[in-house]
Design a protein around this ligand. Structure first.
Ligand code: GAP
Length: 446
């Protein structure tokens, strides 16, 4: 993990937040490469849901909602709380399930002090709306994006004339006052979720549950995650989220162990029935086929949810792609003694698609031509221009950020307007005409 964290900072993927003030624990900023990669993950998920599946529409609901939403959802009660113990000496707090893990008596892992009895600690982040900070103006930053989807269930149903089964997809920020944020961007207090809520007839929920679990595992595999690094964990009843009738976690084998990256939940009618009860608004679905006597008239749809954090999938993609090659793969003089890093990111996830490199930088005609090629490609692909150091070093820099293709401008380019296109993974090189480059790379990208 240390190597990955260091690569992230060194190459502009992820920086610690507020670093000049000593950092702000658990907050991270995504740098120029990080923001591109994050965007690619979100695009891949959005396309998967709204383009490659039938009957799924998008939504972008507000982060701030009426506090009643969180009362009805069960997030303000014990359901959304961690059990904590506090050290009587240093006053640090720890999650009960993490600290005990099977042992009966434990002291503070930091200073050895005595620990208090466990207490519940709610994870909702409080805030105030308006200028007066009293109880009436208090609300919460959303802890899961899907509540905004339930708030708009009727709006989407009516305005888009949807019929069950259908889905609503959303990507957005969520906040949790995590007691013990850790493992880089794995557990943070501010994160983004990509959630899809599938509304279906209760009798079909089991069938769709299996379908969506399978679809979501395939999504990771399609984007290059190794099969042996993925597994599923059926969460037993007493450990499930308060709303879940069934819960399976998709887990990834991180350097710090097998950990959840996505939850697949059968939420039953927990959300719609509770919001109906608390708001007084009937959120039952009227089935048009009831008119012909083929179905019951009104019912609360069941919800099958797929929920993944952008940061957790980002970290899984990074860890899966990271390789060290001892002795080096490119032919620089020092390479044999060094370890080269290769980030074998899927071409759709890779932040930079094409690197443009003049063979040497002390030949103005090569530099000029390389800049021309860079300008041709830049509107269509995220490109990087690099002229610093030997060509071998530059290939290594390109491999380290997972850039799938490099273009070298050499002396032949000046004669026949062709370039050398190098493939990151195979290191195979081929000559391509500059006039055909845009189409050629578009095809490679699929
Ligand atoms: N709406 C259902 C829901 O929120 P969850 O299992 O609590 O379910 C879903 O969260 C996903 O959100 C997790 O699998 C994880 O990817 C992400 N997530 C949750 N808490 C997180 C945190 N503190 N930091 C980063 N990602 C988090």
């Amino acid at each position: 993990m240390e190597k990955i964290v260091s690569l992230c900072k060194r190459r502009g993927f992820i920086y610690p937040s507020s670093e000049i003030y000593g950092g702000f624990s658990s907050s991270y900023d995504f740098g120029p490469l990080g923001v591109e990669m994050k965007d690619n993950i979100k695009k891949a998920w959005w396309n998967e849901m709204t383009k490659f599946h039938e009957n799924i529409v998008g939504l972008d609901a507000a982060i701030l909602m009426k506090p009643e939403v969180w009362q009805a959802s069960g997030h303000l009660t014990a359901g959304f709380a961690d059990e904590l113990v506090e050290c009587k000496k240093c006053h640090k707090r720890f999650k009960l399930d993490e600290i005990y893990s099977g042992q009966t008596s434990v002291n503070c892992p930091e200073c050895g002090g005595e620990l208090t009895e466990p207490r519940k600690f709610n994870l909702m982040m409080k805030t105030f709306v308006g200028p007066v900070e009293d109880e009436a103006s208090q609300t919460y930053l959303r802890a899961e994006t899907c509540q905004g989807i339930y708030m708009n269930f009727e709006n989407v149903l009516n305005s888009m004339r949807m019929k069950i089964p259908f889905g609503i997809a959303q990507i957005g920020k969520a906040f949790r006052n995590e007691i013990n944020p850790k493992d880089f961007i794995y557990r943070v207090r501010e994160f983004e979720q990509m959630e899809m809520q599938w509304f279906c007839h209760p009798k079909d929920a089991g069938k769709y549950y299996d379908y969506w679990l399978n679809e979501r595992i395939n999504w990771y595999l399609k984007l290059g995650i190794k099969k042996e690094n993925l597994r599923i964990f059926e969460v037993p009843e007493k450990e499930r989220a308060h709303y879940a009738k069934r819960q399976i976690d998709i887990e990834y084998k991180f350097p710090f162990g097998w950990k959840e990256i996505e939850g697949i939940h059968n939420r039953g009618d927990w959300d719609l029935s509770n919001h109906s009860k608390y708001s007084g608004k009937d959120l039952k679905y009227f089935d048009p086929s009831a008119i012909s006597g083929q179905a019951e008239e009104k019912y609360f749809p069941y919800i099958v949810e797929t929920s993944v954090g952008v940061e957790r999938s980002f970290l899984a993609f990074l860890c899966d792609a990271y390789q060290e090659i001892k002795g080096g793969r490119t032919k620089t003089t020092k390479a044999t003694k060094e370890v080269e890093i290769l980030l074998k990111l899927d071409k759709k996830i890779a932040p930079i698609k094409v690197a443009v490199l003049p063979l040497v930088r002390n030949k103005p005609e090569l530099v000029e031509k390389a800049k021309e090629v860079y300008q041709i490609l830049k509107p269509y692909f995220v490109c990087q221009y690099d002229e610093l150091g030997s060509i071998g070093r530059r290939y290594r820099r390109v491999d380290e950020i997972g850039c799938p293709w490099s273009i070298t401008i050499d002396f032949d380019t000046l004669k026949d307007d062709t370039i050398t296109l190098r493939d990151r993974d195979t290191m195979a090189q081929e000559r391509v005409k500059i006039a055909n480059l845009r189409e050629y790379i578009t095809n490679l990208l699929g």
